[in-house]
Design a protein around this ligand. Structure first.
Ligand SMILES: *Cc1c(COP(=O)(O)O)cnc(C)c1O
Length: 386
């Protein structure tokens, strides 16, 4: 399916709403039935009917059809945020006594799920360095039922070979889930490589304007229906119609924004790479990136997020740098219009900072939609104040 068709036309039944170009926000909690029999049928199969908006809602459905098509999946669910999508994907596919193999250093709340919540239900996790397939092979136990991936990671951009992991998992009857947030389906389609469930936060690039949260989970009809009828309905973590509408609005410009950010990222990257106060830049499509060949093989693009290691003798130099930035904001998240920075040392007490540690001197930069020269000027004046 053509990406322009998916974004502009798919699932929009405009004749049903006065030929309006923008879809309506169906801000309703419930739906009326004319006969007992209609109501009976709805109770019997909520996945296929409008009954109550904790389940299905027409505005959310337009978004679901578009996002599933972008992922090349049969269906998808849209959650109130990405963490809820991960929770549902994992929880639906493990039971007491099961074991998960998870890639090293996944997103914070994925770690919390595996380390703090799942053990209470008798589910254990082994973390592996996902850069080699042998590490997955070695970690699999007879009770392993799920492999959780995040490729690339959003701090060091380490990748997993998606095809190889999917093949290994299929042979062992293990379900695979990936956090595809860095790439979005425009740059990577994990389902085409055999991954069962593709999760992404829609808070980042799909929204694109830092004004709503959202999370997507795509997969086969069978898997999505199962999750709909259990975790999705029971936790009640589905997206609200207004937020779904904001994501539909964001989707219209997603390819244009990714093109723009790709071009700006190259300029900022080139500037940082040649700066005397920068020790290293980490970016999946950089010529020095350790897994560049794999990145080029399974990703169509890379943009926005990069990490750089600043040359500093003490933590105050890094703090001075960050505190001096005027236009690049210090904040979590990414994918919006505004450029952002997070220094690793913001998670470290000053007395525990080790200047020789490369990790402690890392800063994650997100390049937004501003003019790249405007951002470079801001970085330059901040370097001068270090
Ligand atoms: C932000 C993020 C999430 C969580 O998404 P929310 O919408 O904030 O819940 C998950 N994975 C990655 C890589 C993220 O950056």
């Amino acid at each position: 399916m053509d990406i322009s068709y998916i974004i502009n036309e798919l699932a929009e039944d405009r004749e049903n709403y006065f030929n309006a170009v923008a879809p309506p926000i169906m801000q309703t909690s419930n739906f009326v039935f004319n006969t007992v029999d209609e109501m009976r049928n709805a109770f019997a199969d909520e996945y296929s009917t409008y009954l109550y908006s904790r389940g299905r809602n027409p505005t959310v459905d337009i978004l679901r059809k578009k996002l599933a098509a972008l992922d090349g999946a049969e269906d998808c669910l849209v959650f109130n945020n990405g963490a809820a999508a991960t929770f549902a994907a994992v929880f639906a596919n493990v039971k007491n006594g099961d074991h998960i193999v998870c890639v090293d250093k996944p997103y914070t709340w994925t770690q919390k799920l595996c380390n703090e919540i799942l053990p209470r239900f008798g589910v254990t996790t082994t973390y592996v360095d996902g850069t080699s397939i042998e590490n997955f092979e070695r970690a699999i136990l007879p009770n392993t039922t799920l492999i959780y991936l995040e490729s690339p990671n959003s701090w060091d951009y380490k990748l997993q070979d998606l095809k190889a992991v999917a093949e290994l998992a299929k042979a062992e009857n293990i379900i695979t889930v990936i956090d595809n947030s860095y790439c979005t389906p425009l740059f990577q389609k994990p389902i085409e490589y055999g991954i069962d469930l593709a999760m992404q936060t829609a808070t980042k690039y799909i929204s694109g304007h830092s004004d709503t949260l959202g999370g997507v989970l795509s997969g086969s009809n069978k898997m999505i229906e199962k999750i709909f009828n259990s975790e999705y309905m029971n936790v009640g973590s589905g997206i609200q119609p207004f937020n779904a509408w904001l994501l539909l609005r964001g989707l219209r410009t997603l390819p244009a924004r990714l093109d723009r950010i790709t071009a700006s990222t190259q300029k900022v990257l080139a500037y940082l790479k040649h700066h005397t106060k920068v020790e290293q830049v980490i970016f999946p499509f950089d010529e020095n990136f350790a897994q560049l060949a794999l990145a080029k093989q399974q990703m169509k693009g890379a943009c926005g997020l990069m990490t750089f290691v600043i040359k500093a003798d003490n933590i105050m130099q890094i703090e001075n740098f960050c505190n001096s930035l005027k236009h690049i904001y210090m904040a979590v998240s990414w994918g919006g219009h505004e450029s952002l920075v997070i220094p690793k040392c913001s998670g470290i007490k000053r007395e525990n900072f080790i200047a020789t540690s490369k990790e402690h001197r890392m800063l994650r930069l997100y390049v937004g939609l501003e003019e790249p020269e405007y951002l470079i000027k801001d970085l330059e004046q901040a370097f001068e104040k270090m």
